[in-house]
Ligand binder design. Structure first.
Ligand SMILES: [Zn+2]
Length: 232
């Protein structure tokens, strides 16, 4: 049964707000660390990283999708805005951004960003994904956000997801004061990442697209959910 708390340092800690979470003990999903193997935390997290590319499914589908790709997260928010926890963010690292995982808490949101989109280009820096107009929106809106200094049209989030992600981010900021209450600067360099993920400048509440040119997630509207608690 979903509960109004998450597991941190082996303890149940209450979620800020009204969100509910399915704990690992309830789902029975074994944490699969992915390519990075299971590593103990190297110090406390200084980064929360949001993702959007696990497809459109349930907590179990997000888990299975990650497992198939050799990646993992600490948490997910499904389409209904229900949170799912896969492991204790204070205890283990998950493999979701590559270098920097050791300091990051990973949150995957069920939103395909470019559902049924087409890829144009061969090299990662040239990769463009576009909406085709045939996407299944399920009541969501297509939004326009900034991607490395350029406008793009992507699929936004469900209101219930924004409520859940706000709750989770605020809870994690409370539990991990080592995460600065700020959004790291966007990478403006097409094709490569500016900054090193463990530099102080790159700590805070980030999106996957801050760190690698090969990823376009998350859609920018998710920051509206909690940016009032962050420094500009
Ligand atoms: Zn991602």
């Amino acid at each position: 049964m979903p509960v109004p708390f998450i597991l941190v340092r082996g303890q149940n800690v209450p979620l800020v707000g009204d969100a509910l979470c399915v704990l690992p003990s309830e789902s029975g999903l074994e944490f699969i660390p992915g390519r990075d193997k299971c590593k103990a935390r190297d110090g406390l997290p200084t980064l929360i990283t949001l993702h959007d590319t696990a497809g459109e499914g349930s907590g179990k589908a997000i888990y299975t999708n990650g497992k198939r790709r050799g990646v993992s997260y600490h948490f997910a928010a499904d389409r209904a805005g229900l949170l799912h926890q896969y492991c204790d963010p204070a205890a283990v690292t998950a493999y979701h951004i590559g270098h920097g995982n050791s300091r990051s808490v990973g949150i995957e949101i069920a939103n395909a960003v470019f559902p049924a989109g087409i890829k144009i280009g061969f090299f990662a820096y040239a990769k463009r994904l576009v909406l085709t107009g045939r996407e299944k929106l399920y009541g969501r809106e297509v939004i326009e956000d900034d991607y490395r200094g350029k406008k793009r049209r992507v699929l936004g989030h469900f209101p219930a997801q924004e409520v859940a992600v706000r709750s989770l981010v605020l809870t994690l900021l409370r539990e991990f004061p080592t995460v600065p209450k700020r959004i790291p600067p966007p990478s403006l360099m097409p094709g490569r990442v500016t900054g090193v993920r463990l530099d102080p400048e790159w700590q805070g509440v980030a999106g996957h697209l801050n760190f690698t040119d090969a990823h376009v997630d998350p859609a920018g509207d998710i920051y509206e959910a909690f940016k009032d608690v962050l420094s500009p």
